[in-house]
Design a protein around this ligand. Sequence first.
Ligand code: FAD
Length: 438
Amino acid sequence: MYLSELPTVHIAGGGLAGSECAYQLARRGIDVQLYEMRPNVQTDVHKTGYLAELVCSNSLKSTSIDNASGVLKEEMRILDSLILKVADETRVPAGTALAVDRERFARKITEILENNKHIQLIRKEVTTVDDGIWVIATGPLTSASLSETIKKLTGAEHLYFFDAVSPIIYAESIDMGKVMKGNRYQEGEGDYLNCLMNEEEYTHFWEELINAECVPIKAFETDLLFERCKPIEEIAKTGKDAMRFGPLRPTGLIDPHTGKMPYAAVQLRAENKAKTMYNMVGFQTRLKWGEQRRVFRLIPGLESASFARYGVMHRNTFINSPRCLDRFLRSRAAPNVWFAGQITGVEGYVESAATGLYVALNLINVLEGKEPYPLPDETMMGSLVRYITTPNVSFQPMYANFGILPPVSVKNKWKRRHLLATRAIEHMRKWKEEYLKR
Ligand SMILES: Cc1cc2nc3c(=O)[nH]c(=O)nc-3n(C[C@H](O)[C@H](O)[C@H](O)COP(=O)(O)OP(=O)(O)OC[C@H]3O[C@@H](n4cnc5c(N)ncnc54)[C@H](O)[C@@H]3O)c2cc1C
């Protein structure tokens, strides 16, 4: 089929994901209509009319491959990411972090896309999608009318408007000698790890928790938060025993050292099949990250806890991707509609752009009548996509981290990470050589 015969791709949202996706399609000769509602319709956090505006920090995190975000960036460079190319060009000094001059960064991306003959930039809010090819990349602040359309596509119960994420801890950093494996009332296979507390440990933890520093609530978030579930520190503030009758209830557990029910218990649930990460059950929180590290390490067994992701509660529109999308980020209910960016349940500037890139590569194959080629699980990008499309009892957004990669058995943490990183990059190079012909 000649390129000119391929259908036009419509992309809703010119943020990090939509811009990357549009660029990758256009550079392969595919016509794109890119819809961005700003500056005509603004969101609560964007300030300009530029595409790919960074709404908060100007940092795209670390470039070191000892860091999971650095590995993801390296993989994206292999795939010629626009976002990273422009970030490198507009970089400002910030050690190993890739920080950018936000104005130059967004302006440059806007100019590149505006001047691409295959891209038609349309400044308009998308409210519905037709039966053409669509990529929805409207981000955490998707407009209300499009959210209604998405709800019809996914089912209302599969579209969420805020994150209430509990921290996730690397299994290797949990003191397995201190925690007790088992479910309440010894039912089932013993999926949980239980951190048992006596009264003294509980009281100390409670006192530190109620006095810990939280992230301030932004004005546009006040109505949304606390609607469905309360942060752990808010539960704690209602009274000393409140947590013991809530997420820290000890019922159904027996402390093997005393033969009695413990005073309180924190439960950890495996976050992935390989059990490399554990989720702190019921610990959604607005504590600052440093405070989470300090206070949650007071829990017996978590003294050296290393966090794969910290808890957050903030405004965020995202879909239940494990239920709604296939592994290529295509809607199961409407295969002409694809999703990219934060709305798929990835979190972060780079992660959002990465899914935009991934969707573009998959779309090209589909438009040419081929099946897309899944990315190897060993790559950070492949693992991130696998994570957000794999059934999960409490699906919550995820950023790049080493815990999502298939594990290797090397004891030393830094050697292990280095091995995981080099393996990921090697697999991405091979994948590109084998499958990415243009
Ligand atoms: C307040 C806040 C702060 C954040 N801070 C950080 C941070 O510091 N670091 C970090 O890594 N991540 C941060 N994130 C998370 C995330 O990385 C960013 O939101 C990122 O921009 C997501 O990329 P995206 O492409 O999915 O969405 P966006 O970059 O938000 O792009 C979506 C675009 O779609 C447009 N749009 C929305 N609805 C429609 C519609 N119906 N029709 C047409 N256009 C539409 C929007 O105007 C926007 O330009 C933050 C998120 C929020 C909400």
